[in-house]
Design a protein. Structure first.
Length: 327
């Protein structure tokens, strides 16, 4: 049987954590033959640590055959020790009266500390996924704080946007979501993301031809996907959690186990592809094989797409400029 791998999860007592940990432990992320050790991080606050204890009791009570160890931590330096995978979910939410700059600064603080801890103690091959918002910029900060780890090991979660876009396309065309290939989401995990179905097929047919409605793309599809998080908060009174956890599972599983040529979306440090400045943490269409992702190359960027990409890029470079002095 396989040697256990270490999976660190931060914000483990939060809502996404509650929807995520049980699925990791049951083998949905890394495969039904891969034993895991969970290294869970929460803030030192007594309430959070108690809540974490409760989650651990429930994990124990599932008696998952693949779950061979569970640890509770309040310090990233111990939580990230030798970790092979790190899902950075915990972040500082925007409080009442908090300005955007305060939010960026509070998160810059968290992700600088966590990036340094990963740099110091994690496996040299650690695969890092940042979920906590602002996800792309937090991933950028962690990456910049970990100079001894390969930059490519740091990623941000755009998969929820990708899955949301796929679901909207399936419902518009009246076909099953499983039939969709070659969907791309460019840019920031924010309402500026650009979900792009120009190359997509569903059951082998061109999505663009099937829908054949530029106004729907611009006025319905993009705003619906971009504002889906807000729509869920309005309906549920809480932000998306199960769908976010599901996207995190999809992201890590595909990165670790491969996509068999299928396109997925990951936020990754740019290598300059499509004119995005190097190191900007940008959503790209990728394929994964052998534990590595590869950007889908050679896609034509038309005028409308370029405009959308420029807009989301501008937002990201502004965010990065806003935290530069903190790095
Ligand atoms: P919750 O507030 O339910 O849970 C967050 C948990 O993180 C809390 O238990 C808190 O104590 C902990 N935490 C805070 N700072 C920490 C630190 N420095 N170290 C360890 N733990 C820490 O939020 P939840 O709904 O679980 O969402 C978590 C994050 O995901 C938020 O930042 C949220 O904005 C973000 N999201 C990102 C999405 C994406 O697609 N990238 C979608 C869903 C979600 O909105």
């Amino acid at each position: 049987s396989k040697k256990p791998v270490r999976v660190a999860v931060t914000g483990a007592a939060g809502q996404i954590g509650y929807a995520l940990l049980f699925r990791i432990a049951s083998g949905e992320m890394l495969g039904k033959d891969q034993p895991v050790i969970l290294q869970l991080l929460e803030i030192p606050d007594e309430k959070a640590q108690n809540a974490l204890k409760g989650v651990i009791m429930e994990l124990e009570d599932c008696a998952f055959p693949l779950l061979v160890g569970i640890e509770a931590h309040s310090d990233p330096m111990t939580a990230f020790k030798d970790t092979d995978y790190a899902l950075l979910v915990g972040a500082r939410p925007r409080g009442p009266g908090m300005e955007r700059a305060d939010l960026l600064a509070a998160n810059a603080q968290i992700f600088t500390v966590q990036g340094k801890a990963l740099n110091a103690v994690a496996s040299r091959n650690v695969k890092v996924l940042v979920v906590g918002n602002p996800a792309n910029t937090n991933a950028y900060i962690a990456m910049k704080s970990a100079p001894d780890l390969p930059a490519k090991n740091f990623t941000a979660m755009l998969r929820l946007d990708h899955n949301r876009a796929a679901s909207q396309i399936a419902s518009k065309t009246g076909k099953a979501v499983a039939g969709i290939e070659k969907l791309a989401v460019w840019g920031n995990h924010s309402p500026t993301m650009y979900a792009d179905y120009r190359f997509a097929t569903i059951d082998g047919q061109s999505v663009k031809t099937l829908i054949n409605d530029e106004a729907w793309n611009r006025d319905v599809f993009l705003p619906t996907v971009g504002k889906r998080g807000a729509a869920i908060i309005a309906a549920r009174g809480l932000s998306s959690a199960a769908s976010a956890a599901n996207a995190a599972i999809d992201h890590m599983r595909d990165w670790a186990l491969g996509t068999n040529g299928k396109w997925v979306t990951m936020g990754i440090p740019s290598d300059g592809s499509y004119g995005i400045p190097k190191d900007v943490m940008f959503g790209y269409p990728v394929t994964c094989e052998g534990g590595e992702y590869k950007i889908v190359q050679g896609l034509e960027i038309d005028a409308f797409s370029q405009e959308c990409i420029n807009k989301t890029l501008k937002e990201l470079t502004d965010e990065q400029d806003g935290v530069k002095h903190l790095l």
